[in-house]
Design a binder for this molecule. Structure first.
Ligand SMILES: *Cc1c(COP(=O)(O)O)cnc(C)c1O
Length: 379
């Protein structure tokens, strides 16, 4: 068994695994299942402070939510603003294109958050967009964008917001009532610590109205969010719900609700990891605007990302992440989200990382584990 310290999936608590083994019902016919699903979604709405959004749980890994948002909103010829300050950010352009839209990219430095003032200047020149896409924590770099403020700015220009908070929600505070976000995407396998397999969506009334008022039908079935709007009144799901996955998710939602320190723990552990990494002479990928769910470290000269990941796994039983696309080979990533955001796990990971680097002839200027623990004490 490996310790999962990757940038998602994360560790899964035993009570979530147990909940996934509960007896199964027929979710299409059992009215209690509709009630259970509805109540679980109600908790998701309250967690993000929204009475203006309907939360949904879809059977399909996090990417389904991003695609469903674009499939359901995009009509052929629509201009869509794709806010690109990271790999997931840029990736939205593909979904927009697949559904016939025209993505227009707003580029911003990958080493820091989007500056709302730069975005405002861009929008003053051009704001003929149906909606915009933005990522909360862009996991490959670990950058955190202020999606509450960005959505409010976009709204001033009459633009709706689709936001990807798959790698931030449940680890970093987010208040939908302070935002103009129309569709928020979340996943099961990051800070909520449920195995991969589910998409979470929070869909505003305005987003539903936009879907209902389309001139052309939504060019998808599985990714058609509108099919879910009245599931509860109609006691009908567009497809059979994955009962066991949702049982596990509901337990994880309760775990989250019973843990008043969850955001504080993410913040303290993330800050302590960054302090230790800086002191050690290793370098962080970002200059500022760090998400507290993942730490992204540049691969030092003299070793490759593959050597680090491989040794971490085979010699220490710990899975951390490399990266892909423009960051391939350049960084390694430690996920400290959800159940992986625990002091003993992070401490073991840092100790192992130091041993791996030293075995490749890279000497650090401090003891990562000790600096981490010392930094935690001063939180
Ligand atoms: C993990 C993640 C997703 C879900 O996608 P996978 O790569 O399939 O795990 C979507 N957006 C972000 C920002 C993520 O970190």
């Amino acid at each position: 068994m490996y310790k999962i310290m990757s940038a998602g999936p994360s560790e899964v608590r035993e009570n979530v695994r147990m909940a996934r083994s509960l007896p199964c019902t027929n979710p299409d016919f059992d009215p209690d299942f509709y009630t259970f699903y509805h109540q679980t979604c109600g908790k998701l709405e309250r967690i993000l402070h929204s009475d203006r959004h309907q939360a949904l749980i879809l059977g399909g890994e996090g990417i389904l939510g991003l695609e469903a948002a674009c499939a359901s909103l995009t009509e052929p010829g629509d201009r869509v603003l794709v806010i690109d300050n990271g790999i997931f950010g840029k990736g939205f352009a593909d979904f927009v294109r697949i559904y016939g839209g025209t993505p227009v990219l707003f580029h911003s430095d990958y080493h820091r958050a989007v500056d709302p003032e730069e975005l405002r200047a861009f929008l003053e020149n051009d704001h003929a967009f149906k909606y915009a896409t933005v990522v909360h924590c862009d996991t490959p770099s670990g950058v955190l964008n202020d999606i509450e403020a960005i959505s409010c700015l976009l709204d001033q220009f009459g633009i709706m917001t689709v936001a990807d908070s798959v790698a931030a929600s449940f680890g970093i505070p987010l208040d939908l009532s302070n935002s103009k976000i129309d569709i928020l995407c979340g996943g099961s396998q990051k800070a909520l610590s449920v195995p991969p397999g589910l998409t979470l969506l929070w869909v505003s009334r305005r987003a539903y109205e936009t879907m209902e008022n389309r001139k052309t039908p939504i060019a998808a079935f599985y990714a058609n969010i509108l099919n879910f709007r009245h599931y509860y009144e109609n006691q009908w799901f567009p497809y059979t719900m994955p009962v066991s996955d949702i049982n596990g998710l509901a337990q994880a939602v309760d775990n989250f609700l019973e843990d008043p320190d969850v955001f504080k723990r993410h913040k303290n552990i993330a800050e302590a990891v960054r302090t230790a990494v800086r002191k050690s002479g290793l370098s962080l990928y970002l200059d500022s605007d760090f998400a507290d769910t993942v730490t992204v470290i540049r691969v030092p000269d003299g070793v490759t990302d593959e050597e680090i990941l491989n040794d971490m796994m085979t010699k220490h039983g710990i899975i951390i992440s490399g990266c892909f696309d423009v960051l391939k080979g350049k960084v390694v990533r430690i996920g400290h989200m959800g159940e992986s955001c625990r002091v003993p796990l992070v401490r073991d990971t840092l100790r192992a990382l130091q041993q791996v680097l030293e075995s490749h002839g890279i000497s650090l200027t401090c003891n990562l584990e000790e600096e981490f623990l010392a930094a935690l004490k001063s939180c």
